[in-house]
Design a protein around this ligand. Structure first.
Ligand SMILES: Cc1cc2nc3c(=O)[nH]c(=O)nc-3n(C[C@H](O)[C@H](O)[C@H](O)COP(=O)(O)OP(=O)(O)OC[C@H]3O[C@@H](n4cnc5c(N)ncnc54)[C@H](O)[C@@H]3O)c2cc1C
Length: 393
């Protein structure tokens, strides 16, 4: 079996693995990226990139390309059916990217992969990491692929391998948390929509939450909680959700369905982000509800921070112990994101009439309070977690 050596092996070429690879490629660090999928995923999944993420991604040269490809929105409204309870605007946030950038995840991944290739990097697709053997001086990983397996010996291995991470399991890192009782429905649709394509709308309704976000190309992303959702939601299922939870009086009419999916969600946080030479990033380290659209964003920032640290350590600009900074910064950032997504999901899925009345009153009152709105904008855009992505000198 062929054996090759590298400085960093990245397992997984989702958005976080790709962002990490670009960071290392830019810094001239020898690395390898393997992904078990023969081609990149082609579903839209994460649909928003927030301001703070774009600021961080600017350091790897992709923010402008992402911004050019996406739809820039400045309005985010919490609504109870047609009534706006609280409206946030993102055009005045303290960022060079003062908007919510709507872009399907497959496009984001294509842009990241193209940037990696343009810098001379590559992705070994169709190659699965089967076994990881950490030792004192290096880590040995056995892979399999259609052309046979190989052995990769790396100084460090990063698990960008998603929620069911082999790297996390091998490292013996716990993944504490729970599973949401509801299933979630996701769909990209064409529709007649009373709020046009300038606002992300999060609807509270007794039947559960629904979020509608415009996407580039005239489609809309619909995300909703639903008990016992069908495996492949159909146009009629999405229409029913919107009619019962969205604006009143049948103002929204779905005319086409591009993609739909049902999934069960977890909220979990890894007990540590590192064990020796093994690291985890992105969904391997944290998963939570899509309310607020934070998951992929948090992972992309993880990747840039870890990439910068690995590069500085491998270039002897910092001692190896500095690698602990990664978990010290990014685990608290993910804990805040989990708490934000959890709060939004809990508020949006309140069922009792009394509690919904209190929630709506609080939101209506908060709509008059600029400091409260400012804090919500900073949390959603990620800017309030900015200090958790900056390495100390
Ligand atoms: C239906 C759905 C909707 C979502 N909606 C949103 C949203 O609205 N907003 C948001 O921010 N996030 C959303 N997310 C979450 C978002 O998609 C993830 O946060 C993001 O994909 C995480 O990126 P990642 O690179 O960490 O992991 P992943 O994208 O899961 O990538 C992991 C990669 O590792 C590879 N891999 C795994 N094991 C191995 C192995 N042993 N060997 C080789 N390769 C391996 C996989 O093939 C995969 O390509 C959604 C997710 C889903 C499923």
């Amino acid at each position: 079996m062929q054996t090759i050596e590298t400085e960093v092996l990245i397992i997984g070429a989702g958005p976080t693995g790709l962002a990490l690879a670009i960071t290392l490629q830019q810094a001239g660090i020898r690395h390898l990226v393997v992904d078990k999928l023969a081609t990149g995923q082609n579903t839209s999944r994460a649909a928003v990139i927030h301001a703070h993420t774009l600021e961080v991604l600017d350091s790897i040269g992709v923010s402008q390309t992402l911004a050019d490809a996406g739809l820039k929105l400045v309005n985010f409204a919490y609504r109870d059916r047609s009534r706006a309870l609280l409206s946030l605007r993102f055009d005045a946030i303290p960022s060079r990217f003062p908007y919510l950038l709507m872009l399907p995840q497959d496009v984001t991944e294509r842009i990241l992969a193209a940037r990696l290739v343009s810098l001379g990097g590559s992705i070994a697709r169709g190659e699965t990491a089967l076994k990881i053997d950490p030792a004192e001086e290096s880590v040995t990983v056995t892979t399999s692929s259609a052309s046979g397996g190989r052995t990769i010996r790396a100084r460090y291995v990063v698990g960008a391998d998603g929620m069911h991470s082999l790297v996390r399991d091998t490292a013996g890192i716990g993944f504490e948390g729970a599973t949401y009782p509801e299933t979630f429905v996701l769909a990209d649709v064409q529709m007649e929509w009373p709020f046009g394509n300038t606002e992300v709308s999060l609807f509270f309704s007794p039947e559960g939450m629904v979020v509608v976000s415009p996407l580039p190309g005239g489609t809309y992303r619909v995300v909703a909680t639903l008990d016992n959702a069908p495996e492949k939601p159909q146009l009629e299922d999405i229409q029913r959700l919107i009619s019962r939870r969205g604006p009143r009086s049948g103002a929204a009419k779905i005319t086409g369905l591009t993609w739909s999916s049902r999934f069960r969600l977890h909220h979990r946080l890894a007990s540590s982000y590192r064990n020796g030479r093994l690291f985890i990033v992105g969904d391997a380290a944290h998963v939570h509800s899509p309310a607020g659209g934070q998951g992929m964003n948090c992972g992309l920032v993880d990747a840039c921070v870890l990439g910068q640290l690995l590069a500085e350590v491998l270039h002897d600009k910092r001692p190896e112990t500095a690698l602990d900074l990664y978990g010290q910064l990014r685990r608290p950032a993910a804990a805040k994101v989990l708490s934000l997504a959890g709060r939004l999901t809990w508020m949006a899925t309140l069922k009792g009439e009394g509690s919904r009345f209190v929630r709506n009153s609080v939101f209506t009152a908060a709509n008059q309070l600029s400091p409260v709105k400012g804090k919500m904008q900073m949390d959603l855009s990620g800017l309030s977690r900015q200090d958790l992505s900056v390495l100390p000198q």
